[in-house]
Design a protein around this ligand. Sequence first.
Ligand code: HPA
Length: 280
Amino acid sequence: MNPVYEKLLTCYESIQKKVDLEKFQPKVAIVLGSGLGDYADDIEVLYEIDYHDIEGFPVSTVPGHAGKFIFGHVGDVPVVCMKGRVHYYEGYPISDVVLPTRLMKMMGAEILFLTNASGGINPDYRAGDFMMLTDHISVFVPNPLIGPNMDELGTRFPDMTHVYDMDLQEMIRQAAQEAGVDLKEGVYAQLTGPSFESPAEIKMLQTMGVDAVGMSTVVEAIVANHMGMKICGISCVCNMAAGITGNALTHEEVQEAANQAAPLFKSMMTNSVKKFKTLL
Ligand code: HPA
């Protein structure tokens, strides 16, 4: 058997021993980005599983990325939420980076809500803004579908025309308005990190039509799209990208900005997930 698929099954069996997926089947999968983990407080928790307790599961080493799955409800929508994710720059193979996304689909999730922290490139953005992803650029990171296709999961050559679901986007727009958030919309590019970009790289990305840049999310969207999930994403623009304001960038600044944005983020997320109910 394909070792990537085998590892996925091992993790799935490990989860099954801890959560009765017959009784509780998550329908929406949420991934919380850097500094946004506190959203988990808004979930009515039924079970928690520390990533360390899942056989073969990749565990993050980054401060601010405490790792666990949270199972519970947002309103009456059953969710599984990742508090913390692993990044490619930590040295994991890309198949490990996307394993949790695939696992949440196997648990039953039909919708994937990706969140992250990013650097703003669009000159109309300010630190603390939220941007809904309308499209992405993946060409700077390895494609997670490289290798033998896992036909059990999806097709060899998946279409990428509408990765970010139009209905979900519309619900997020409404949810943001209700929460009083002036939601931006744009194109997100994933780079490997861990170094932040140089000003010249940011200029290049700007020319390419990128509105915000980060170190996650796109590879997860690719595998979720491969598996036929409905996908949406919100980025917290935690700083303006290198060279735009001239200020140096630090991880602490990114986390601080995400923490400050947390209350608005929480209400926008909760409003959105409740609206997703109509699609389930
Ligand atoms: N660049 C890349 N990733 C990021 C940034 C940035 O400026 N801010 C937060 N994550």
